[in-house]
Design a protein around this ligand. Sequence first.
Ligand code: SAH
Length: 375
Amino acid sequence: MIESSHQQGSLRLDLLGYTRDQFESLLLELGEKPYRTPQIMKWLHHRDAVDFSQMTDISKPLRTKLAAIAEIHEPEVADEKRSTDGTRKWLMKARSGSLFEMVFIPEGARGTLCVSSQVGCALDCSFCATGKQGFNSNLTAGEIVGQLRVAQRLLAPDYPDRQRVVTNVVLMGMGEPLLNLDNVIPAVAVMMDDLGYGISKRKVTISTAGVVPGIQRLCETTDASLAISLHAPNDELRNELVPINRKYPIAELLAICRQYANNLGEKRTITVEYILIDKVNDQAEHALQLIELLRDFPCKINLIPFNPFPGTTYKTPKRQAVRAFQDKLVDAGYATMVRTTRGQDIQAACGQLVGEVADRTRRQERYQRITAGVA
Ligand code: SAH
C-alpha cells in the first residue's frame, strides 16, 4: 500500500492529497490508531503545517515515521498578477517543474477559485488557449488540493473580516479533470471534507469537455457538482469545436449526465457551459436547437462570450447577440446566466490560461531555434 501510494515525481507520500480513508489505511499500516487522522488532517488543512515537527499533539515516534516516508508539498508560486477588477492569477510550479495557472475571482461575498488539474491539455478544443500548448503532465492530488491551501493563505490578509475567502472551487483551470481522475477524485474529497476545507458539494464543480467514461466513474465516487462544456447544439458543429465529441457524441454525454444528476437526487442540476463565438454557434438557429436538445434535461445554462487569445481567428460576439441568445433560452424556461469576463487585463479569463512564463519572447525564440534545428 505504501509503495503503491507513491505519487508522480516524488518518492514520498504526498499527504496534502490524502483523503480521510487513505489516512486511515496508512495509519493502520503503520500500526497507529485511526483517531490520528483528524489530528493530522487538521494540521495540514486548518493550521497550514509545513513540517511534521509542528504537530505537537501527535506522538514523537509517529511524527518521525511520517517524516521518513511522507511530505507536505505545495505547488510553488512563481508569479502573481492582479487585475483591476480584483481577480488574481498565480503562475505555479508543479513538482515536475512545469508551470500552470490558478485564478481567484471575487464577486461580493462569494470567492471562486479556479484550479488546474493538469499542465496543458490533450483535448485540443479549437477555441481554447490551453489546448494549443498540448499536454504536459498530470497534477497530483496534493498539487490540486495544494492550490486551495496556497490561495486561502495568500488571500487571507486581503479579507481580514472573512473566515473563509474561497467559498467555491471550480476545476476549470488548465486541463481536463476527467483525464486525471486518480488525482481529481481524492483532491475533491479533501476539499469537501470538514477535516479538509469543508466546502459544500454544491460549491465544488468539476468541469468536463465530455469524457463519458469519466462521468460514469464520478457516479460511483463523488457527489460534487458537474459542469459540461457543451458549446454546440448538434454533433456536426461540436465535432469541430470539441473534438472529443467524435468519440462521445452529444446523446451519450447527456445520457450519462442525466444519470449523474439522478444519482445525486435532491434536485441537483448539471451546469451546461456554452461559449458564444461570433457567427459560429451564436445564431438564432443554434439557440433553437439548444432549446430542443436540453428539453427535460436538469440543467442551468452558463453562456460565456468567447475570450480571445493570440493566434485565434474566432471573435467575441457583439453584446446584443449575446443578449438575444440569452433571451431565447430564458423565454423557453431555462435558467441562463451570462458569465461576465473577469481578469481579462491579466489574461485570466476562461480559455486564456496557458501557464506562460513572463518572458514569452524567450520561449518563442527557443521554439524558433528548435524548429530551425539549431537547439
Ligand atoms: N477541460 C475542462 C475544464 C477546463 S475549461 C472543460 O472543458 O470543461 C473551463 C471552461 O472554459 C470550459 O467551459 C471551456 O470550454 C471554457 N473556455 C475555454 N476556452 C475559452 C475561451 N477562449 N473563451 C471562453 N471560454 C473558454
